[in-house]
Design a protein around this ligand. Structure first.
Ligand SMILES: Nc1ncnc2c1ncn2[C@@H]1O[C@H](COP(=O)(O)OP(=O)(O)OP(=O)(O)O)[C@@H](O)[C@H]1O
Ligand SMILES: [Mg+2]
Length: 267
């Protein structure tokens, strides 16, 4: 039987749709004595958008970073499409929390997007015309094509966020992990970002995003994962986004009046 390059890559082989694109098992992460994430299981469903919701300091960013292997957990593991993270890491695109990135060093926007092609380019690979075209197409998708030659440090926060998303797109991943993609962006940028995420979902890709705005959970997401160091609940928004689960997650820090205004599932 002929083995094509594509099948060697593993992407084009028919993949069992019931296997989770990301399954986290027993994950515990600690920076000091107290764990920031404790014994967490998380199972993302293919082709769906999941919101990770919880208060400041709940371990949301830590969970994403540990699931990606950026920080090592004390215990637990992440399986990507049922395989080791190491062998599948290239199938995940990550957009970090904006405040955590320092863009003072001079880099052009187009070069930031080309970083997403690193694996294809290899260590010594030359950027060819078709790479540049692909990067520009990704910038176009987020409405930033005209900024390709600008310095990233000279862009506004919302514009930078769009560029990070373009970098993630250029990777052509299956799973997109975003840490607060809507933080500090205006309504137009928020709409542009959500449109891109929804189009990824239409292509069958899986999206998970840390999200603080409870008012848009129902409109934007299919599934929700509630965390406060430990997992509180996970499942479809229609059944899991309840006042009871929010109370458990925020420990009374949300006023009832605030909760009353939300489009919640019947709890
Ligand atoms: N590099 C670090 N060193 C030490 N402690 C850390 C570090 N990063 C995070 N922490 C601590 O771990 C806990 C979880 O932090 P994390 O950034 O994961 O929370 P978060 O849910 O993403 O919060 P936010 O909504 O504010 O972004 C917090 O108590 C935080 O102070
Ligand atoms: Mg965070």
């Amino acid at each position: 039987m002929a083995m094509t390059l594509a099948s060697l890559d593993g992407r084009s082989q028919a993949e069992d749709p019931t296997i989770s694109p990301l399954a986290v098992r027993g994950l515990t992460v600690s920076y000091g004595e107290k764990p920031a994430v404790f014994s967490v299981d998380m199972t993302l469903s293919k082709g769906r958008m999941t919101a990770i919701v919880g208060p400041n300091g709940a371990g949301k960013s830590t969970l994403l970073k540990a699931a990606l292997g950026i920080i090592s957990p004390l215990a637990g593991q992440a399986l990507v499409h049922g395989k080791s993270l190491k062998s599948q890491r290239h199938r995940i695109a990550y957009v970090p929390q904006r405040a955590s990135v320092d863009w003072d060093f001079p880099t052009r926007v187009i070069d930031v997007v080309l970083m997403g092609l690193q694996r294809e380019l290899g260590l010594l690979g030359r950027v060819r015309a078709h790479h540049r075209e692909r990067a520009l197409a990704c910038l176009d998708r987020v409405g930033m094509q005209d900024f390709a030659d600008r310095q990233i440090g000279q862009l506004s926060g919302g514009q930078q966020q769009r560029v990070f998303l373009a970098r993630a797109l250029s990777q052509n991943a299956d799973l997109y992990m975003l840490d607060e993609p809507f933080a500090g962006v205006d309504a137009a940028t928020e709409r542009a970002i959500i449109a891109v995420l929804k189009s990824l979902r239409e292509e069958g890709k899986t999206v998970v995003a840390v999200h603080h705005d409870l008012a848009t959970v129902t409109e934007y997401f299919d599934d929700i994962f509630l965390i406060n160091t430990r997992k509180v609940a996970e499942g479809p928004v229609e059944t899991t986004f309840t006042a009871e689960n929010l109370n458990k997650t925020y420990g009374g820090r949300l006023a009832m009046a605030q909760i009353d205004q939300l489009e919640l599932a019947a709890g």
